[in-house]
Every structure is written in structure tokens, then in C-alpha cells.
Design a protein around this ligand. Structure first.
Ligand SMILES: [Zn+2]
Length: 485
């Protein structure tokens, strides 16, 4: 990997040359030889690895989709075909470590183990597909540490900051990216495990006792946590920055979070988003600003991004809208090429130096419509029409009169052959006219999701918090599909 500070000043032309060079080496020396899936695919389609001279030539490779990797009942071990594996199953010539120790000695074996042996893994959080493991070698963990350092560097965090990590303990990127980031930045971090592990009250105590300058959260839980803290009259005046991960952050929610912090004694808290995915094995940070959006700074020595037309798959121009396509560069462990994320970036990718911080590494637009979280049923057939459930998030998360909410889909009379029903449960802010709010929500939901609700039910905040599993689930249950499969 390259030196980050140097990379951030490198003109884009040079960055691209570096990417071309790394891609040639990666395809030729790793993917073609040791990735069972891509090796077979290239042989089958007669793709000469030496034909791929630079990132423009990625187009010769087909796209990889989520379902290509996810385990199925028939092929539970499918994910192994995406691991760079110079072992005896894949190649006799280079595989056998025992043989290698005879010719190359102990040092060579150790190097191979460092490079290739899987030692860490994360799982995807698909809701209907089986979770897919993505493995890291020790060499990959160095990349994870470095990417964490870079993310914090973009956010302007230094070793003098004190951080509380409120992500739940889980085999997921969000928690471990934060863990390794703190480690590499050499800063004090309390990895609390969030309310689910230490309890919301103790977590609040920790905020008052440790006086953190930075906190890392899942947005839904953060919003709940801060409201509770306001009720208890807590003092969180030390906090300067909040990072979110795990799901997207609508602008309206950013405002609500800032207001709550003001009530807790912290003025001008910066609310920052990260973008990451299990498949890419790292997360990227948004260039920090209070009111403007400059995009996520990416790591061009670790990955290549293409932005393509979601329909045709053809690349679009700089700054144009399109689906984000990810290709691993210089990784070991699980590696995917031309992975269709399903996420659409409004404003695509930008190669010009960042007007906010001056870094020259490319940026992906801040306006990402993350489809991947709910992809499995984002286009669910409810009442015979296709519904984009994602549209509930920005609408309800940002609504000034809504405190908590949940969407439930079920069958009428619980009869699998009967009609689909869709219910919205809402806890309104205190003093809100419920009748007016209900009318407003029904109309806006029809506008944004094209579905008319079967019913809108008002609940109290504690009732909904329990229903959402706010303190018991890894991630709160915002959209529940209770229809029989
Ligand atoms: Zn920037």
C-alpha cells in the first residue's frame, strides 16, 4: 500500500497510473493464478490476463453480483471460490507449504502465511440471503488498520481525541473497522458494545466520565440514546464529532442529532457519515463540513470504483449519476471484481482535487441511495405493486414530528392466500396533533412509496422502542415482513 499523505497530494494522472500498474500485477499474479472463481471464469471466456493493462480494461470482465457469492443450500461453500488461495486444491506448483519449506526455508513459509492465511472474517448482513463470510489474511488486516487510520485522518481525528465506540460487538465491518482504526491511530477508545452490551444507562455514564470528543454510532440507536440523555439532563459537552455507520443518514436526521447535542451542552457537533460494505472490506469517510457535502474520500491503492448505468452496465462520465461498482486492488483473502453494489451515487465519482480539504484522492458523492441494506425485499410486491421500502427511511427519519417508527407487512387474517397489508406504527413528538400528523404521513407515503397504508397506529415511545428491539437487537427492526414465505 502507498503512503497516505503522499497519495493525498498525488495528481490524479499519477494516481491512475499507479492503479493501472497495481491492477495489472493483481490480475496477473494473484487473481488469474489463485482465485478459483475468476481464474475459471477467465479461462472459460478466454480472457487473456495480459489483456488487462489498466482500469479501462476492467470492462472485459463480467460483473459480480451478490447472489454469485452468497451461499445456497446446494452450494454452501461458494464463498471459498472468491478467496485468493495458493493452496493444493487450486495449484499444485505453489501450494504445498511443506514442500516450500524444503526449497524456500522458514522465512518464505512465514511470508506466505502472512500473505494468504485467513485469520479474521466479517459476515454480510443479508436479511433473506444467508450471511456470506469475507476473510482477511494478516496482510489484509494491515489494510484494514490503514484504512481506519485514513478514515479518521479525513475526519480530522488525532491521537489526542478520546472515542467511545457504540457499535454492537458483531462480526461486522462497522465494529472492527472502528477497532482497528483506533489501534492504528494510537488513540484511546472505549469499545463499549453499545446499549445492547453495557446498557444505555452505563453508556451515558461513560460519556460523562470519559469525556469523549468523538463517538461512533448506528444512527437509529444514537437518536434514541440522545433523547434519553436529554430526559435525564446529562452533560455530553465534551463531544465534538459523531460518526455514523451501518446505515445511511438522511440530512433531516443530522439536524435532529445536532439539536439534541445542543441540549446536552455540546454546540456545533459535526455529524459525519461513513460509507462501507463487507464486500470491499473497508469503509470510507465523508469530507467533514457542517453544511456542505463534499463526498467520501476513497483509497485508490486499495480499490477501483466504476460508476455505471444501472440498466445497461455501461460506464458513465465523471460526476454523472450511476451505480457504484467495486473492484478489489492488491488484497488477499476474499476478493471480488466488478462487484455491483446496488448503491446509486447521485453525482457519481469526482477526480478533481477536493475543494474542502485539497486531497487529490477521488471522491464518491455523499448522496448515495443505499439499496443494499434492504435489497432482498426493496422491491417487494405489496398489494400487487412494487414498493421501494427504502423510501420510508428518509421520510420518517427526517420528519420533525416523528420520534420513532416501524413498518410492518403482513397478510390479512394471517392467511397466506389473502391480501397483503402494510401498517405504520408511529410514536409522535410530545404535543403533536396526531390527526394532522396521520393525514400528513399518509399523503407523503403515498407520494414517496406509491403505497397506501392499510393502517397507521400510534404507539408510545417505550412501546415502539421495545417493538424495534432498540436495546436488544444488533440493529433495530425498522421494516418487518411478517408475511409467510
Ligand atoms: Zn476533502
Amino acid at each position: 500500500m502507498e503512503n497516505w499523505e503522499k497519495l493525498c497530494k498525488m495528481p490524479y494522472k499519477q494516481i491512475k497510473e499507479m492503479q493501472d500498474r497495481k491492477l495489472r500485477a493483481f490480475i496477473g499474479n494473484q487473481i488469474y493464478l489463485y482465485s478459483p472463481r475468476y481464474s475459471a471464469l477467465m479461462k472459460e471466456r478466454k480472457i487473456d490476463p495480459f489483456k488487462i493493462k489498466g482500469i479501462e480494461d476492467l470492462k472485459y470482465l463480467p460483473f459480480t453480483y451478490k447472489w454469485d457469492i452468497a451461499p445456497t443450500d446446494e452450494e454452501p461453500q461458494k464463498h471459498k471460490d472468491f478467496i485468493i488461495r495458493p493452496d493444493e486444491e487450486v495449484t499444485e506448483k505453489y501450494g504445498h507449504l511443506a514442500k516450500m519449506s524444503m526449497t524456500g526455508g522458514k522465512a518464505m513459509v512465514e511470508e506466505r502465511v502472512y500473505d494468504f492465511k485467513p485469520v479474521h472474517m466479517h459476515f454480510t448482513t443479508g436479511r433473506t440471503a444467508m450471511p456470506t463470510p469475507f476473510v482477511y489474511s494478516k496482510r489484509d488486516l494491515e489494510n484494514l488498520r490503514e484504512s481506519g487510520y485514513r478514515l479518521l485522518n479525513v475526519f480530522g481525528v488525532t491521537p489526542d481525541d478520546v472515542t467511545i465506540n457504540c457499535f454492537p460487538f458483531a462480526p461486522h465491518l462497522a465494529f472492527w473497522q472502528t477497532y482497528f482504526a483506533g489501534d492504528k491511530m494510537n488513540m484511546p477508545v472505549y469499545h463499549s458494545g453499545g446499549g445492547k452490551i453495557v446498557g444505555t444507562r452505563s453508556l451515558m455514564d461513560a460519556f460523562e466520565y470519559l469525556r469523549p470528543t468523538v463517538a461512533v454510532f448506528i444512527p437509529g440507536y444514537c437518536y434514541y440514546f440522545l433523547r434519553e440523555a436529554v430526559k435525564q439532563g446529562r452533560d455530553f459537552s465534551s463531544v465534538k464529532k459523531i460518526f455514523f455507520g451501518g446505515e445511511r443518514v438522511p440530512p433531516g436526521l443530522k439536524e435532529k442529532i445536532k439539536e439534541l447535542f445542543t441540549e446536552l451542552g455540546a454546540s456545533d457537533v459535526m455529524v459525519l457519515a461513513t460509507y462501507g460494505m463487507t464486500e470491499a472490506k473497508v469503509a470510507w469517510g465523508e469530507c467533514p463540513s457542517h453544511n456542505e457535502y463534499f463526498g467520501y474520500h476513497i483509497y485508490p491503492d486499495m480499490e477501483v470504483f466504476e460508476i455505471v448505468d444501472p440498466e445497461s452496465g455501461e460506464p458513465v462520465g465523471e460526476g454523472e449519476d450511476g451505480e457504484i461498482v467495486y473492484t478489489a486492488l492488491d488484497w488477499r483473502g476474499t476478493c471480488v471484481l466488478r462487484y455491483r453494489t446496488g448503491d446509486v451515487a447521485k453525482g457519481g465519482i469526482l477526480f478533481e482535487p477536493c475543494p474542502n480539504c485539497g486531497r487529490t484522492v477521488p471522491r464518491i458523492s455523499s448522496n448515495i441511495q443505499r439499496k443494499s441494506e434492504f435489497k432482498e425485499f426493496s422491491m417487494t410486491k405489496v398489494k400487487g405493486t412494487l414498493v421501494n421500502l427504502n423510501n420510508f427511511f428518509p421520510l420518517l427519519m427526517s420528519h420533525p414530528e416523528v420520534e420513532e417508527w416501524q413498518v410492518e407487512m403482513k397478510k390479512r387474517n394471517d392467511d397466506p392466500f389473502d391480501l397483503d397489508e402494510i401498517y405504520l406504527y408511529v410514536a409522535a413528538k410530545q404535543g403533536v396533533d396526531q390527526e394532522k400528523l396521520a393525514a400528513d404521513l399518509k399523503q407523503k407515503i403515498l407520494r414517496d412509496t406509491e403505497v397506501s397504508l392499510t393502517g397507521l397506529v400510534f404507539r408510545t415511545v417505550p412501546e415502539l422502542v421495545k417493538q424495534l428491539g432498540m436495546e436488544t437487537e444488533l440493529k433495530e427492526k425498522r421494516i418487518v415482513d411478517n408475511r409467510p414465505k
